[in-house]
Write a new protein. Structure first.
Length: 216
């Protein structure tokens, strides 16, 4: 921050297992996005260490962290980060192009992902023609289309109505159950919080509470 330093996270010691469905919960500025960015290799801790899928983030070259993100991680950004010049279909197709998946299979995967988020009728639209909630759903489809090992979802329902939120959370739960996809949500949304099976409360960059929810 300018010439000064800001400590966004401090004394964090957390382990996330395969197939978790976890909410990272805390007030604005508590460090949720920073934590997701470190897990997603988009940011590197200035002290301490982070391992993702067994690999130390500090030892990853830019090319190897890009390869890891490409094959294993799905990101839903707080601000969507859609490609404005591309259509909805092309935005969702992009991660599959990076992976070199062939045309017919790619098309089917994109259509499946757009069906999960209820946007089949918008495939030819461009982001500027979408509402906030529709843009958010495109970002969700793009994160999930390649069925990544881990989905890092930053406030994924912030702009969705209740019905869409529940639909999407149920789709995520299904992927989580069937494919053991790990989901980490940064969220304030009570709807998301009602689905998660672990709640990590962040406050001022520290873990204030870490709760496992018994869903049985
Ligand atoms: N690059 C940066 N330089 C300086 N300070 C930063 C930087 N990134 C984040 N911060 C600060 O770190 C703190 C945590 O930010 P972060 O974005 O992780 O919060 P958050 O919990 O995701 O908040 P929100 O709910 O508003 O999205 C905030 O006080 C923020 O201002
Ligand atoms: Mg944030």
């Amino acid at each position: 921050m300018g010439s000064g330093k800001f400590t966004a996270l401090n004394g964090i010691d957390l382990t996330f297992g395969k197939g978790e469905f976890t909410g990272i919960i805390g007030p604005s500025g508590s460090g949720k996005t920073t934590l997701l960015n470190i897990i997603g290799t988009l940011d590197v801790p200035s002290e301490g260490s982070a391992l993702i899928l067994g690999q130390s983030v500090a030892n990853l070259t830019p090319a190897s962290s890009a390869a890891l993100r490409k094959s294993k991680l799905g990101f839903i950004f707080q601000s969507y980060n859609l490609f404005q010049v591309h259509t909805v279909f092309e935005n969702v197709e992009f991660p599959l192009l990076l992976q070199g998946i062939e045309t017919a299979k790619r098309r089917q995967m994109v259509l499946d992902a757009l069906e999960w988020v209820g946007l089949t009728d918008k495939i030819k639209s461009r982001p500027a023609q979408l509402s906030g909630g529709e843009s958010q759903r495109v970002a969700i489809a793009r994160a999930m289309v390649k069925r990544p090992a881990v989905v890092l979802a930053d406030e994924p329902t912030a702009n969705l109505d209740a019905a869409n939120s529940h639909n999407i959370l149920q789709t995520m739960e299904k992927l989580n159950r069937e494919l053991q996809t790990t989901f980490l949500f940064a969220t304030h949304d009570e709807k998301v919080i009602s689905y998660v099976r672990r709640k990590i409360f962040l406050f001022d960059g520290k873990v204030a509470r870490d709760e496992i929810i018994d869903k049985n």
